[in-house]
Write a protein that binds this ligand. Structure first.
Ligand code: AMP
Length: 187
């Protein structure tokens, strides 16, 4: 059993999860694991995972849990996670959160910090429209926000009940948000 740092980035699309997760990973020297990135790269390389995930990602729907659970199990046991890990985009629903909790009990004593980046909807939409990713069209953005409210927001409650949720104001400068994060994670 080893004690690792575990950080989970929650918060809606466009809230700055990816950027902040990457910065924190650099400071803490632990890997930034983005399920969205893993899926986009699988799609670009037309791997079996990519072929199965493609239509879901393009439509802004969540890919089925079955495509991600084994992948997360394996990724969190790779050597580079010895000191810890940052998850960006996982868990996205309560079933994934329950899976992760069981997984962590199995092989580490990590109690992760869950971070919710709070950003007003109008700001999210504006940021997403200017990001220019392939799944960032007006229609898909609206749908992704809906999916977030329905499936991912309940995950906030899941971590709140476990006293592990930290909500921070994500509508500030990059550095201010990073400072709040480092204060929470404690390095
Ligand atoms: P992201 O880069 O985190 O915004 O993710 C982009 C897309 O990948 C999402 O809109 C989903 O289609 C898919 N995705 C990423 N993470 C997950 C997850 N944990 N569960 C299901 N689908 C996911």
């Amino acid at each position: 059993m080893s004690k690792r740092i575990g950080v989970i980035f929650l918060g809606p699309p466009g809230s700055g999860k990816g950027t902040q997760a990457q910065r924190l990973a650099g400071t803490l020297q632990i890997p930034h694991i983005s399920t969205g990135e893993i899926l986009r790269s699988a799609i670009a390389n037309a791997t079996p995972l990519g072929q199965q995930a493609k239509s879901f990602v393009e439509n802004g729907d969540l890919v089925p849990d079955s495509l991600l659970l084994d992948l997360i199990r394996e990724r969190l046991q790779q050597e580079d996670t010895e000191k810890g890990w940052i998850l960006d985009g996982f868990p996205r629903n309560v079933a994934q959160a329950a899976f992760l909790e069981k997984l962590l009990q199995e092989f580490t004593d990590t109690v992760p910090h869950a971070i919710n980046l709070e950003v007003p909807d109008a700001v999210l939409i504006d940021r997403l429209l200017h990001r220019g990713r392939q799944d960032d069209t007006v229609e898909t953005i609206a749908h992704r926000l809906e999916v977030y409210r329905e499936q991912t927001e309940p995950v906030l409650g899941y971590y709140r009940e476990r006293n592990a949720l930290h909500s921070i104001d994500g509508h500030r400068s990059l550095d201010e948000v990073t400072d709040s994060l480092t204060a929470i994670v404690g390095r």
